[in-house]
Design a binder for this molecule. Structure first.
Ligand SMILES: [Zn+2]
Length: 152
């Protein structure tokens, strides 16, 4: 399987192709989603010592339960499903302290956080493309290694 660095170089090398996106996709949210998924939210976050997990610093502890459930290269490496699972997991992790604070009367609302649906869709699309490229590179690398081992 490719290293975390290889995934990041691969995704970064393909990022300029986002300039070819149709006008219906907003470029800046797409790139932000793509970069986020490549460097902070990749399928390899289920490995506690992966580059992406280490980038979370001490906060990587929040991914430990996730990595127990999503054993490496299984559900986390299924296109769309893995990304949705990580997103849902992170939403739950973020919602817990907010609910606790709210129970103590501290309102941590996101009243000022506004994003149009076009921004959100473009951001999600950027995440999905980066996530899918990660999985495709994993599959291509595995297939290539199998081919090489058969030729020997
Ligand atoms: Zn992977």
């Amino acid at each position: 399987m490719p290293s975390g660095r290889t995934h990041e170089v691969f995704n970064t090398a393909l990022l300029p192709l986002s300039l070819l996106l149709p006008n219906s996709v907003e470029l800046l949210p797409f790139v932000f989603g793509y970069v986020t998924a490549t460097f902070f939210f990749s399928p390899d976050i289920d490995l506690s010592r992966s580059r992406v997990a280490m980038r979370w610093g001490l906060l990587r502890i929040i991914w430990m339960p996730y990595s127990k459930v999503a054993s490496h290269r299984r559900v986390s490496h299924i296109p769309v499903i893995g990304l949705l699972m990580r997103t849902a997991y992170l939403c739950v992790i973020v919602a817990i302290p907010i609910a606790v604070l709210k129970a103590f009367g501290i309102n941590v609302g996101f009243k000022n956080l506004r994003a149009s649906s076009a921004h959100l869709i473009s951001f999600a699309l950027g995440m999905l493309v980066a996530d899918t490229l990660h999985i495709v590179l994993d599959l291509l690398t595995s297939a290539f290694k199998k081919l090489i081992s058969r030729l020997r």
